[in-house]
Design a protein around this ligand. Structure first.
Ligand SMILES: [Zn+2]
Length: 502
């Protein structure tokens, strides 16, 4: 039809223009390399020739437009690789197709094979999940790996046209994943396919920045319930998360219903405006942040505003605030505290949810904690200082570690000891590296902290842990691959993996 013919013409014209540009550049540059001679029609393996052309291109005398041609070629290769990565993910997922295990929200019947991609399931007697090992291979946080696994499997199994467009370099991975995420609310396969076709046609003619809104409109057009289903799905995933910045601050990200979030924002703005009218010199942004914090934290002062340490924040508290103990642990060694007192330059310690904190920040918090305790508010400080120095001897021949040993191990490990896991040691299990029944003793050397999930993975998932002389451990997965934990944290490493999800 006319439309299709126009589209074909459009693609042909674009392709010819690309070929023209590549050829023109080849003529311009004295030594153009292979990319100048790349001819898509002679590349039946879709990209193998292009990869060779890019990898072995002579770039020493490329013109500006030559560099841009190289970029265009690399973007196309990235799309091709992204399609291969999605297929490899779905392939690995299929290879672990076992009986779904306890998924927290559903109790599987024997023979139940309904596990969602990435979730735990029993495979040949082992507790496995694709997310555990793929996160290590991808060097990615497990939560982010889980999302990627879900989307990849959807793309490969339910969005063949989008996968093809990705393979051919007509979409970026981000665009393909957006299509999958927005259209997967459509349960009816015919409606999904129709929406996919319409969207790909649209994507060929428009800049991709608007793709998400167009995908949402397309889904809503095909199914009236799509929007409410997407909303319910998003509400199921509501959360409060913390993302450390590198400057001693952190982002606290809440996900709520849009109307509730808007109401919170309005309430903060009104309260901030009231304080501005009363002469508070802080900016609206600063006031909103301070008032939100005051509302979230339970009251720490019991003597009223006049004697409160944070006079500036007195009166920001909502009296209805009911909160549990609001403290955060800072792990430090005696040497680090001594350096702080002596005014020496060093990192201060390691804060829960954050990582190494600047000395100045530690000094400020310690001073505040000390002042509060002098004012008789002991135990109400926002920080809990955990000191770790000499290991206690404990009772090696008793299965359960005594209180001092348990405390020392948690302070030393600070997080779960599975590679890449950031679960705080405070909430973890203290586990024997070599099982007590197999001769392992209850000593600090033979104990480590594991979150419940990784504890189960070790005992039921076929992972084997060995200790290395430098204090690190090596985890061998059921596939035989080996992953090493980083050396014990003594304040010199980077903050934990961070950044809001893409
Ligand atoms: Zn863990």
């Amino acid at each position: 039809m006319a439309d299709e013919a126009a589209r074909d013409d459009h693609w042909d014209a674009e392709f010819l223009a690309l070929v023209d540009r590549v050829r023109a550049d080849a003529r311009l540059a004295a030594r153009h390399g292979l990319l100048g001679r790349y001819d898509e029609e002679n590349d039946p393996d879709r990209g193998v020739g292009l990869f060779e052309a890019v990898a072995f291109q002579e770039t020493s005398e490329l013109s500006d437009s030559g560099w841009l041609n190289r970029h265009e070629a690399i973007v196309r290769l990235e799309a091709r690789l992204a399609a291969m990565k999605a297929e490899a993910t779905a392939g690995y997922e299929a290879s672990l197709h076992g009986v779904s295990a306890d998924l927290g929200r559903r109790h599987p019947e024997p023979g139940d094979r309904e596990a969602e991609p990435g979730e735990r399931r029993w495979v040949a007697g082992d507790l496995r999940s694709t997310a555990d090992e793929l996160a290590l291979v991808w060097q990615m946080h497990k939560g982010a790996a889980m999302v990627r696994i879900h989307t990849s499997c959807e793309l490969v199994h339910n969005f063949p046209a989008t996968l093809r467009a990705l393979e051919e370099g007509q979409l970026t991975e981000r665009a393909a994943f957006t299509i999958v995420r927005e259209l997967s609310v459509l349960d009816d396969p015919d409606a999904r396919r129709a929406a996919e076709t319409a969207l790909l046609e649209w994507a060929g003619k428009h800049p991709l920045q608007k793709l998400k809104q167009e995908a949402q409109r397309e889904a809503a057009r095909r199914s009236p319930e799509a929007r409410s289903k997407a909303h319910a799905r998003a509400m199921d995933e509501r959360s409060v998360r913390i993302f450390p910045n590198s400057d001693g601050t952190a982002e606290l990200v809440h996900t709520h219903d849009a109307l509730d979030a808007g109401a919170v924002m309005n309430s903060l703005t009104r309260a901030a405006a009231r304080r501005r009218r009363q002469g508070d010199s802080r900016s609206m942004d600063q006031l909103r942040a301070d008032i939100a914090l005051a509302r979230l934290l339970p009251r720490t002062d019991t003597r009223g505003p006049a004697e409160s340490v944070d006079n500036a924040d007195a009166g920001l508290h909502d009296d209805s605030t009911v909160g549990a103990d609001a403290t955060v642990a800072i792990h430090a060694t005696g040497a680090e505290i001594r350096a702080l007192i002596d005014g020496e330059n060093s990192t201060g310690g390691t804060a829960e949810h954050y990582g190494p904190i600047p000395q100045e920040s530690l000094r400020k918090h310690l001073t505040r904690a000390l002042t509060q305790s002098l004012l008789g508010n002991a135990g109400r400080s926002r920080i809990g200082l955990r000191l770790s120095d000499e290991p206690p001897t404990g009772k090696p021949d008793r299965y359960t570690p005594d209180a001092a040993t348990d405390r020392f191990v948690r302070l030393r490990d600070r997080t779960c000891q599975f590679p890449g896991c950031n679960q705080p040691a405070e909430f973890a299990d203290v586990d024997h590296r070599v099982a007590f029944a197999e001769g392992g003793r209850t000593t600090t050397d033979n104990l480590h902290c594991l979150c419940r999930h990784h504890h189960r993975l070790k005992h039921e998932g076929g992972w084997v842990v060995t200790s290395n002389p430098d204090g690190t451990s090596t985890w061998a997965s059921p596939t035989g691959r080996r992953y090493r934990t980083p050396p014990p944290d003594r304040g010199g490493s980077d903050p934990p993996e961070s950044g809001p999800p893409r």
